[in-house]
Design a binder for this molecule. Sequence first.
Ligand SMILES: Cc1cc2nc3c(=O)[nH]c(=O)nc-3n(C[C@H](O)[C@H](O)[C@H](O)COP(=O)(O)O)c2cc1C
Length: 345
Amino acid sequence: MTAASPGQDIRRLLVARALTAPSPLNVQPWMVRFPAPGRIDLFIDPDRILPALDPYFRQILIAHGAFLENLDIAARDQGFRTDIAVFPSGWPGVRLDLTDPIARIDLVEDNTVENDPLGAALSLRCTSRRPYRDSGISPGALTQLSDAYDQCFIPMGVLSDPGSRSTIASFLEQATVIEFAGEERFRELLSFMPVTRNEHRRDGYGLSHLGLSPPSRFFARLRMALLPEERRDAFLKETLIKLARQQAATAAAYGWITTTGNLRVEQLNAGRAFERVALTAASLGLSLQPMNQILSDCPGIEDIRQEFSGFLGIKETRTIQMFFRIGYAAQVPRTSRRPVEDIIR
Ligand SMILES: Cc1cc2nc3c(=O)[nH]c(=O)nc-3n(C[C@H](O)[C@H](O)[C@H](O)COP(=O)(O)O)c2cc1C
């Protein structure tokens, strides 16, 4: 637990801890304002959205849910209760007005508030794209993952049958091919994946986070340096598609979180639930990787998704908000975050 120093605005500390949340492509789409003492308003940063890959902001809202969950856990650590009002300016429709806050958080000092044991995992959780070892996860650990949050409205499904790996890998490979077939989508992906430029960035992620082994990473860097510029993207696309298949095929288990419909509040709550599962996995020494290409809203994926839902036994009417693989793997480097000052406006 990190303690606030005397005179420090507790909100800065809490926001810094909330920022460790996952977000698609590590875009870090959060923006906060401090409109009154003890109050935090959370917004979507309009400059950090993914119009091609996430045109309806579904994934962005999941990231906001994860941020809220982290904030709540971090606040408990400091003896604060969070009173969270989601969409305080009114319930959004299908169109989201980005000038309205997603949530208003009032911090209330409360000495009866209980610490959340997941607080210690905030600094441990990260996405691992490495191949996972072929060792099963104990039923006890799987139960702990399912018990990470209240399953009542947002159930989590788990599949740990090794026989399903190649079918799931094939679904995810097909979805990745379709997702990357859109030039705009692939460009957007590359804008947060600076693998061909030697840039130091505090968002996105690069070659060292893709899950390649050190020799493959060396080879990929070399190929990219030697290939003419116009052929580099094709090589990268091929590598990412191959990786998606390998990653999906080396899971010890798969998990998914579904909601009854696809309301904004359901997307936020799914993000909160997912973050609790991811933090629990981290605290158990398990690696986890969201594999959401099959949940993409791009044309052509809908049919594969329906087949995929059928394969997993998910009712057609439900929305899969997150799909992820779980297993044991070597440690991976953590992705960077922007400084907290960048997200406070
Ligand atoms: C809604 C959402 C969708 C994501 N989809 C994918 C995905 O399809 N593939 C993947 O490798 N990581 C995915 N991620 C993980 C992010 O890329 C990751 O959280 C981000 O790069 C920050 O890194 P970290 O999780 O290690 O902190 C997703 C995360 C979120 C919140």
